[in-house]
Design a protein around this ligand. Sequence first.
Ligand SMILES: Cc1ncc(COP(=O)(O)O)c(C=O)c1O
Length: 464
Amino acid sequence: MRSRCIWTPCKVLTPLSFKPSSFFTFSFSKQLLLPDKSIAAISSTRRGISSYPSLMASSPSLKDSVSTQNESTQKTQQPLQVAKRLEKFKTTIFTQMSSLAIKHGAINLGQGFPNFDGPEFVKEAAIQAIKDGKNQYARGYGVPDFSSAIAERFKKDTGLVVDPEKEITVTSGCTEAIAATMLGLINPGDEVILFAPFYDSYEATLSMAGAKIKCITLRPPDFAVPIDELKSAITQDTRAVLINTPHNPTGKMFSREELSTIASLCIENDVLVFTDEVYDKLAFEMDHISMASLPGMYERTVTLNSLGKTFSLTGWKIGWAIAPPHLTWGVRQAHSFLTFATSTPMQWAAAVALRAPESYYVELKRDYMAKKEILVEGLKAVGFKVFPSSGTYFVVVDHTPFGLENDIAFCEYLIKEVGVVAIPTSVFYLNPEDGKNLVRFTFCKDEGTLRAAVDRMKEKLKRK
Ligand SMILES: Cc1ncc(COP(=O)(O)O)c(C=O)c1O
């Protein structure tokens, strides 16, 4: 089946000249280029599909970006090729926005990577590991010392004792842990429940696994789990529920009550839980609770995490999955054939990182709380309605006081006219309309950058 292109760029780049981060891809976002089947599926909601393509296609600046990119390309035109299971997914919004930030000299409060470096003691450990010759393939499921460090950390955080040899799989970032979990434990046709808004790799990896997605929307102001909806969504056909706490993009943290309700529904219906806890150390307003620590849950839970956010080393891509042996088996089978093993010296350094004294984590939290205060108070002063963020380094706001038609139009205006990058949240929903009033800012930047972004917005953004 051929893709249906709702808005066609003037030229198509050859695979060789195609740059994944180019502006070209902006035009082919999830809302614009959809396989016929996806159109059928999404239009059944009777919302997003009819309005979003026209909104995006009518954005002249996005088309401009495309022509600029294409003019330099004189090679033979070839249709871009991609397997059906991935044809609705395009270059991620984070790459697109970071590229636009560079093009327009905008301050990037979009993609969640710190603009400051990770700790010296961890970088030194990596250098030392390289010098010590720890440079060949690691054991597939993890350098033993790092697996032990993960188990030690997990015990401190949750009280759970796990066997590093049988229950931990080291992966290339949490992104690979997510993919290995889906591909290793989900069969084609299995039903998986997601909470929207959700981190973009969930939908793509579930699609690669052939899963059937059921989506429950968390709504502002508090993004609480709609328990009744969840109760009617979970059935004997459900294979897994995927949660993310603290939650990207909203900063919501799942309460003990919410987690307990999800847990008892999963136990009742024999359902697995995949829990993405990459922001567990950025929990500001309440203590982070790991789903695996709830009674009866460890046996059915895969806990996903990584080093990047906690140690400001997002480029290292060191992650892991913790699960009982019977679930680790599936995760490891997929991991074996995805990457087989993860960077050896970085694992040695990651072991040093995870054994950091508690004071490191206390200071990290203190630093981030100061940054959050600058951004949240600044955004309120600019005139946004700011939704409470209890964890992560993100905050979501309602942009509608500024009169732009949707989140994409607002973010485009913000980049070009104000010089600040935010992320449109519609990309985090199955139905983009659900996110059209919301945009996400990150505060994982130094204080000067945060203040400069707020100043730009105070000066140039006017309420309508
Ligand atoms: C919720 C969530 N999960 C997973 C990831 C990916 O983590 P990693 O960089 O370790 O692959 C991110 C990164 O932004 C994230 O926000």
